[in-house]
Design a protein around this ligand. Structure first.
Ligand code: PNS
Length: 169
């Protein structure tokens, strides 16, 4: 069984992530989409909410599982007997950061964890969770960025917060 992990913050999952998930799910027997539990100080959605959202958004892809992890990705991968991480590359600006993480993970894991990059489909190359949050916080239209149920959940969150957008990264 070829298993891979697609790690990320997914706050929230966008059509760009879902495009990577769909394509990666066709390359591996099992794709585990795993939400990082300890990175952001002020996420829009809790880890539990993000896991629920991802499960709903991927419910029609039978070999996708959704999970969360804390700490180092290499430890999570080793505990789950996973040797491949999947990441999406939108533009050259992603490359330096992603290359560094991939090389660090390969080195730290003693070669046990490799990273496979999928180039994001051009129609989603402009998308990021941060920009989607900023647009939603000002009442903008995000219907082409995230599934409708995610847009509705975001609108509800920002209604409760009074539209305050907090930059996380
Ligand atoms: O969606 P993101 O925020 O770009 O995802 C980043 C992520 C979760 C892939 C990365 O921050 C990560 O794997 N963090 C876990 C901690 C870790 O293993 N760090 C070592 C690599 S430098």
């Amino acid at each position: 069984m070829k298993r891979a992990v697609y790690p990320g913050s997914f706050d929230p999952v966008t059509y760009g992530h879902l495009d990577v998930i769909r394509r990666a799910s066709e390359m591996f027997d099992v794709l585990i989409v795993s939400v990082l539990n300890n990175k952001m100080k002020n996420p829009l959605f809790s880890v539990e909410e993000r896991v629920r959202i991802l499960k709903e958004a991927t419910k029609n892809i039978s070999n996708v599982q959704v999970d969360s992890f804390s700490g180092l990705l290499i430890n999570y991968a080793a505990e789950n007997n996973i040797h491949v991480a999947v990441r999406g590359l939108r533009a050259i600006t992603d490359f330096e950061y992603e290359l560094q993480i991939a090389q660090t993970n390969r080195k730290l894991s003693g070669g046990e964890l490799d990273t496979v990059f999928l180039t994001t489909s051009l129609e989603y190359a402009y998308l990021s969770s941060s920009s989607v949050k900023e647009i939603a916080s000002f009442g903008g239209n995000i219907s082409e960025c995230v599934p409708d149920f995610v847009a509705a959940l975001m609108t509800e969150k920002y209604r409760k917060r009074g539209g305050v957008y907090e930059q996380q990264d």
